[in-house]
Design a protein around this ligand. Sequence first.
Ligand SMILES: [Zn+2]
Ligand SMILES: [Zn+2]
Length: 136
Amino acid sequence: MADQQREGGCQCGAVRYRITGEPMMAALCHCSMCRRAHAAPTVAWAMFQEGQVSFMTDRLAHYASSPDAKRGFCPVCGTQICFTASFIPGLIDITIGSLDQPETMPPALHYWESRRLPWMQFADGLPRHPELPPFG
Ligand SMILES: [Zn+2]
Ligand SMILES: [Zn+2]
């Protein structure tokens, strides 16, 4: 359904967003930057065109985790919400874990598999890319 809508937000509710349509990609990232930013062994992301995502609150804060990339988070409760970068112009990654119904957006692949923690094992049989997958 091209016009399906989903909502999500942070733990405290200060950041809320709505997404229209399906993601270009949903994936698990094992990179060290996501790991540190989220303090979690791996992070599930769904990638959208920026126009598909609208924020219903204006509380989002950003941290430039590298010169090319910004991570959006709630300044009240700290939940990581989104990722944008100059190398993915016009696109936005949303944390699947911040969706109200994350079970509706299963990851289809793993990326930065070369950085996966050895004790973080998955039995899903999904494709694994050693670094970034091809976008689009
Ligand atoms: Zn919050
Ligand atoms: Zn990552």
